[in-house]
Ligand binder design. Structure first.
Ligand code: SAM
Length: 298
């Protein structure tokens, strides 16, 4: 079984990028009245405590949401609307000024849906599934939200195309198994055949591994061959170099960067990220290697 638990990573810089893109995309897709179906292929536990044991052990949120929300965390310009929308949404889950609760993708999505929209959540890890089911039950969202103990790569197939022919798929695997990279590509290729006008958002880590390096390039080829628009955003917060400290101990940098690749993105997304990404790099950057990229095509 998998060892990855998102509770260690909740609210880190990768979540800031992923969830900012997710929120901006959903805000656009919920402007039209017609019902939207959202499929979250790798849901996680749904809600995380940043003062809980997992998050405290890794302290990753300190380099992400907590850094953005900290008093004095400011850029020369006011925060970009997409970044502000992300911070506001996370704040809405917290009654005190300090951020103790972090919403994962299921809760972020549900917060933005209308009563007639649907959300399908896929999760395989038994502990995360239990936590997710318990958290979702508290929402009392009835049939709007379904928690499925299934492989998200396969499970989405039966929901495409959706009844109102409007869908967003968020694909956020942990990539702890190398085969996840190929499964992402197969899933997007298959989904585009089933439902060519859906929006497909894929998160991936930028790490020194050939599969990780190839994934965005192969997604771009897929989108181009299907004649679909695409957007690719990356955020780097530090160098990926493995170093040695004075005592000769090897220091691994942890995740230095990640990317979001969106097929059929909202036409508004590029302009929103053009403002938000430089601020993310400025506020979350840990060394001189902090940077961002943003590319889109049709
Ligand atoms: N999307 C979540 C968020 O943004 O809050 C975080 C998801 S976490 C990166 C990945 C999750 O996928 C883990 O909880 C893991 O147990 C689960 N998982 C791994 N393989 C899966 C699969 N094939 N189908 C569904 N869930 C899977």
């Amino acid at each position: 079984m998998f060892s990855y638990r998102h509770a260690f990573h909740a609210g880190n810089h990768a979540d800031v990028l992923k969830h900012t893109v997710l929120i901006a995309t959903l805000q656009y897709l919920t402007e039209k009245d017609a019902a939207l179906t959202v499929l979250d292929t790798h849901a996680g536990a749904g809600l995380y405590r940043l003062d809980g044991d997992y998050a405290k052990t890794s302290a990753e949120a300190a380099g992400g949401i907590l850094r953005l929300g900290a008093p004095g965390a400011a850029t020369a310009a006011p925060l970009a609307p997409a970044l502000q929308a992300y911070i506001d949404l996370v704040r809405a889950f917290n009654s005190s000024p300090s951020t103790k609760v972090y919403p994962g993708s299921p809760f972020i999505i549900q917060r933005l849906l209308r009563a007639h929209d649907k959300l399908k959540l896929f999760e395989l890890h038994p502990a995360d599934l239990r936590a997710l089911a318990g958290n979702v039950a508290q929402l009392e969202a009835g049939r709007q939200v379904a928690v499925l103990h299934e492989d998200g790569f396969e499970g989405i197939k039966k929901f495409l195309p959706p009844p109102a022919r409007r869908a967003l798929v968020l694909c956020d695997p942990s990539y702890e198994i190398k085969s996840d990279y190929g499964k992402v590509l197969d899933m997007v290729a298959d989904a585009l055949k089933r439902f060519a006008t859906g929006t497909y958002a894929v998160w991936y880590p930028i790490i020194p591994r050939p599969e990780a390096h190839d994934l965005p390039r192969r997604l771009k080829t897929l989108a181009q061959k299907a004649g679909k628009g695409w957007l690719h955003a990356t955020l780097t917060v530090k160098s990926s170099k493995i170093t040695e400290d004075a005592a000769g101990e090897v220091k691994r940098p942890g995740l230095p960067a990640s990317g979001m690749f969106v097929v059929n993105p909202p036409h508004t997304l590029k302009a929103q990220l053009k403002d938000a990404l430089p601020q993310m790099a400025e506020l979350l950057g840990q060394d001189k290697h902090a940077t961002h990229t943003l590319e889109a095509g049709s």
